[in-house]
Design a protein around this ligand. Structure first.
Ligand code: HEM
Length: 227
């Protein structure tokens, strides 16, 4: 019962997260950065909650989980289409993981729509481009972020947006980290029911960043004005 309830609750929050991300994306397209900030406040609050929810599942002992784990086969987290939609919506298009899951036509179409639509990453670049910043390469983006962070008062709404985005990215990684530690605690180094190597595969996903240049720029922050 706990296992089913917790997965259903997650799917509901994923649905809300997608809804908020779509609203934030629409606000970015209108250059209404403050409205996007309101969406991100809710997004961050939900992210904090879903990270903590792992605690509830960890009240179940591995011995108890293993009593029914075999019956789950081949069900797995890979079947969460909404989780993959979240990744796609942000610009992380990992189509290789779709090999592990059977999708129906509706699910495939949903993912294809997400994959081909402008991502949050694309929309952010368009906002910056409209403000006259260079965005055409990864290096250019890092330099753009340096400019914004070195004079935040001059670009205050952009600065707030960048902080909202890195917080979103960080909280996503915190969930990934909580999930993989929980998985290791529950099944050790056993393979996943979805066909992957299990904890080892999940550990590799901790390298993913939705906004890599926002992380890269951290190396240079606080070095004075950058014009
Ligand atoms: C006893 C609890 C759990 C175990 C042992 C577990 C185990 C795993 C494993 C081994 C994988 C890798 C795919 C595979 O080969 O199966 C995976 C992926 C995943 N799990 Fe879990 N999981 C648990 C609970 C949850 C919960 C509560 C959620 C909530 C949504 C969840 C969401 C996901 C997602 C979204 C993925 C795909 C991650 C990615 O590809 O980056 N899992 N899980």
């Amino acid at each position: 019962m706990l296992f089913i309830v917790i997965h259903q609750v997650y799917e509901l929050w994923f649905k809300q997260l997608l809804h908020e991300l779509d609203a934030a994306a629409a606000a970015l397209d209108r250059d209404d950065l403050l409205r996007a900030g309101k969406n991100f406040r809710r997004i961050h609050t939900i992210q904090r909650l879903i990270e903590q929810q792992v605690d509830i599942l960890e009240t179940m002992a591995p011995q108890e989980f293993n009593q029914f784990r075999d019956h789950l086969n081949p069900a797995s987290g890979f079947q969460s289409v909404q989780f993959r939609e979240l990744e796609f919506a942000c610009g992380l298009h990992r189509t290789d993981v779709l090999q592990w899951v059977e999708l129906d036509d509706e699910q495939r179409a949903r993912l294809e729509r997400r994959r081909t639509a402008p991502s949050l990453y694309d929309r952010l670049k368009e906002v910056l481009r409209r403000r006259g910043f260079a965005v055409d390469s990864s290096e250019a983006l890092v330099q753009t972020y340096r400019r914004i962070y070195s004079d935040e008062a001059a670009h205050y709404d952009l600065y707030l947006l960048l902080e909202d985005l890195i917080e979103f990215d960080e909280r996503f990684l915190l969930w990934r980290g909580r999930h993989v530690r929980m998985v290791e605690r529950m099944i050790g180094q056993r393979r996943g029911t979805g066909g992957s190597s299990g904890a080892q595969y999940l550990e590799s996903t901790l390298a993913h960043r939705f906004f890599p240049e926002l992380w890269a720029v951290r190396t240079y922050l606080g070095e004075g004005t950058y014009a």
